[in-house]
Design a protein. Structure first.
Length: 349
């Protein structure tokens, strides 16, 4: 059984003008999947924000209280702002600064419980994947580290082996810091080399169980596929995890403004498929993705793969096209939207 977890909080909330995340990212995925006939009501579940107590499995109470106060007052005192990195250019105070990331975290927490109970064997949470967050501080646009909350939940409630795989263009520093030393855990990351946060260099094993594969600027589908085939999949299959958490950030796609990686969505989907095909209980998360057109199409395609559809050949029905045509992208790439960004899910072959 496969389920899509989301919430209407992602409709209309944003990081504020000028921020790279001030773009529509989650609701277009939901609306495209519905328009394509891929998301009947029975497969979608809305979740509320996580409580402070739920977030405490990873974050400090002082940090959570700072987020709550920042949401309530739309401001934070200087001492806590500095300590928790809240109210910076990267991590701005915005109206839903607690509720929005807490909702993404609740989805990852719920997903972990579904995988443990076996109610669902694959769960999609495109609002998740905020892999830079630290227990006591925001980091790199991430206020709550929802992958960490899923991993903690899986780790503490079972005695099973867990694999975390991250194909976002950026290295998951917040996750590696806190899980790479644990028994029953293995971490893999493919990311762009020498890109912020500049951790995860070749040979970096973190606390012992991290495997990092930085790719040079310009790396393409063939490079991604080679890393998967020769390095990650053999190690992963040898490890034989009981659960997989896959952070499927879409910022490695060629037309994303925040990385120099050049994957097409064919290569990206093939990577996701390689993990889905293992038939191991899996939570698939979103992550980075700063071009709303490429991100919405990539993640709608991920859901398609999870339910047995083939996004590699999927044309947009008129209602999906309308969703894409309505997207606002305040970046030079958004000035002249090419036809292929609104007419089909797949990139050129
Ligand atoms: Zn990223």
């Amino acid at each position: 059984m496969t389920v899509f977890l989301g919430s209407d909080i992602f409709r209309g909330s944003g990081y504020g003008s000028g921020h790279p995340l001030n773009i529509p990212r989650i609701w277009p995925v939901i609306d495209i999947c519905r328009a394509q006939g891929w998301l009947p009501d029975k497969d979608f579940e809305a979740v509320p924000p996580a409580t402070a107590e739920e977030l405490e499995c990873f974050h400090t109470r002082a940090y959570i209280d700072a987020l709550l106060d920042a949401e309530k007052n739309q401001a934070l005192d200087e001492i806590r702002s500095k300590r928790h990195k809240i109210g910076t250019h990267s991590n701005p105070i915005y109206p839903e600064i607690y509720r929005r990331p807490a909702t993404a975290a609740k989805a990852s927490l719920t997903a972990a419980h579904y995988l443990i109970s076996g109610i669902h064997t694959s769960v999609f949470n495109p609002s998740g994947g905020t892999h830079h967050g630290f227990p006591d501080a925001a980091n790199g646009f991430c206020f709550v580290n929802d992958p960490a909350i899923a991993l903690t939940t899986l780790y503490k409630n079972t005695s099973k082996k867990i694999a975390y795989i991250d194909i976002d263009a950026h290295h998951p520093d917040g996750v590696q810091d806190h899980f790479s030393h644990l028994k029953r855990m293995i971490l893999f990351s493919i990311h762009e080399e020498d890109r912020w946060p500049r951790t995860g260099r070749k040979g970096d094993i973190g606390g012992g169980n991290a495997h990092n594969y930085p790719l040079p600027r310009g790396a393409n589908d063939a490079d991604l596929n080679e890393t998967l085939t020769h390095n990650i999949l053999p190690r992963l299959m040898d490890y034989a995890p009981d659960f997989i958490v896959l952070q499927a950030g879409a910022d490695g796609l060629e037309e994303d403004p925040q990385s120099g990686l050049c994957y097409s969505n064919h290569g990206y989907w093939s990577a996701v498929s390689a993990f889905l095909d293992l038939k191991i209980p899996i939570l698939v998360l979103g992550g980075g993705g700063y071009n709303p057109f490429t991100t919405a199409r990539a993640w709608a395609g991920v859901w398609g793969l999870m339910i047995g559809q083939n996004p590699h050949t999927t044309e947009c029905v008129p209602a999906s096209r309308s969703v894409l045509e309505s997207l606002h992208f305040p970046h030079r790439l958004g000035k002249n939207v090419p036809e292929r960004w609104v007419s089909r899910l797949y990139d050129r072959q």
